[in-house]
Design a protein around this ligand. Sequence first.
Ligand code: GRF
Length: 215
Amino acid sequence: MLNIGVLASGRGSNFQSIIDEIEAGRLNASIKLLVVDNPDAYAIERARKHSIEYLYLNPKGFSTKDDFFIKIAEELKARNVELVILAGFMRIVRKPLIDSFRNRIMNIHPALLPSFPGLHGQKQTADYGVRISGCTVHFVDEGMDTGPVIIQAAVPVSPDDTEDMLAARILKIEHKIFPEAIRLYSEGRLKVEGRIVKISGYELKENFIVNPPLR
Ligand code: GRF
């Protein structure tokens, strides 16, 4: 059984998708702790409802940003957390936490990286006018959304999409690929070699998407 720690700042729908997979018996993991940097995060309600321990840490209560992340690392280690999940955690993770959990921190980003990193990935995508976007689960390194890619999924983008329409379409897929990435990790199937994440038992499927559809 894989011990997980989750960091979140808001709504927590990705956190919920992980809880649901565990409760359905499809993910052999246990969420040991939710850490939030925002006392109003709805993720807290979800933790309460599912009897998951949570901790609010106010970043302003620490003299440096590094100290904040040292504290998070300590709390996670105290609970024997093996994998850290950033589920809508709106801060750049600093070195002390990355060093403590090298290639053991996963993030989800609502675009096909390396396109549209940073904040508002869906708005950047809709404004640019690409035909295909999607979401990316990756390991976290020192950069902004730059770590080794684990899973990506594509969704079509309509020229008439608003940011919200596209975000909703992407979010549905986020809820599928994040638990899947954790499942692969829990099964010991991921190995990071430089930037490349090797997946044991991986099989290429030569599907393709054309958008707009061909006639
Ligand atoms: C998601 O769009 C995720 O891709 C991004 O932040 C959002 C979090 O949503 N990193 P939620 O809090 O999981 O509902």
